[in-house]
Design a protein around this ligand. Sequence first.
Ligand code: ZN
Length: 476
Amino acid sequence: MIYEVVIGVEVHAQLRTKSKLFCGCGTVFGLKANSQICPLCLGLPGSLPVLNKTAVEMAVRAGLALNCTIATDNVFARKNYFYPDLPKGYQISQYEAPICEHGWIEIAAKEGKRRVRIRRAHLEEDAGKSVHVAGANGSRIDLNRAGTPLLEIVTEPDLRSSDEVVAYLKGLRDVLMYLEVCDGNMDEGNFRCEPNLSLRPLGQKELGIKVELKNINSFKFVKDAIEYEIKRQTKVFSEGGKINQETRLWNLDRGETVVMRSKEEAHDYRYFPDPDLVPLRLEKEWVEGCRKHVTELPAARLQRFVSEFALSEYDAGVLTASKSVADYFESCVKLFDQPKTVSNWVMGELTRELNNSGTDASDSPVSPERLVGLLRMVDKGTISLKVARDIFPEVYSSGKTPEQIVQEKGLMQVSDEGALAEVIDEVLAKNPMQVTQFKEGKQQVLGFLVGQVMKASGGKANPGKVNELLKKKLRG
Ligand SMILES: [Zn+2]
């Protein structure tokens, strides 16, 4: 029997607001436990929620970029369940009337570009966190995260492989980061994904029983967890067994999924409209105003980079994968109109240093002005390309300008014929055999001699000039 894999994905994207969804507490990651909480975060009786307008605006912007219909009438609902990190005993979410519906996003699939439908995206508040300290008695509760705004984005079951899921997640994350509505940092948990997956005999219309996967915080683990689960379910079916509808956790150490709980149904949560919040009505003009803030998205920017800067699809794809890198590249090109050269440096030397130090391009210690300063020196022949590459790590880490470093170290390229002639004479004197070979017609040794001169000059000689002078000497 051949099985088809059917996958849908839920993403919880934390919106980049300064304050929480229903109170004025901050949303900074990594602060001391319970240092940004208030009576509302604690679920104390009598505290009342007030909706964060910026969160609504960000949700609408995301919805528009994901080609969704924006609901003008919104209702917030209480999703009731007990958990230690949820002191109110319910989470404020949207159930029947999500703010965004019926959208889509395009992904690169095996057979070419394909649309993945977005069923809904709704606003909800996050819960707190249980902290399990090794060796401590019991568990601790940190409510700093309780009440931070999330946009839960749910696809239709349109994905068919782990690669497609990763392509979807990367595409979605790019869009949200471009819109500046989410930091997209999976380690800090502000972009969390929960794939759900079922198998069915190929050709069958009806969907199989689905299993939801949780606790996955990198694209690699998404792929691993899905592939493990496909194998597991295929084995269960081949042995005549049945799949239970359940939530499973990805266990990183064991490289397998394990049962967390059997799946609850929506009616288990007893959703009802939150009586503390009035329905939210969005005016059409206000929604259109949000559309103005939907900036150029990654796919469009990629195409523009190809047409405007004559870059390859590949280079344009690498540069536009992150908004900050794309912004950096464009700032450089504005100052130095050689897009291909700039692209090579940004994708090569700069990216290497940024990755090594775990820095985002927007915080690069080498500003676009400084990088361009370096490229200009190569362009004018002040320094060789090799010297430029060699000193880049120092430009990156020392805080000095490339001009300063070149000056201090005396790395200016030597084009002066008199100075070069001296070095050349020395090299020729040391290599009489190669000189004879050249004179006998063995042209290839010229390359060797150029190399020797470059070496003797500490890489500072102008290679074009060396070539020219060497030939003159040898033929002379
Ligand atoms: Zn609060």
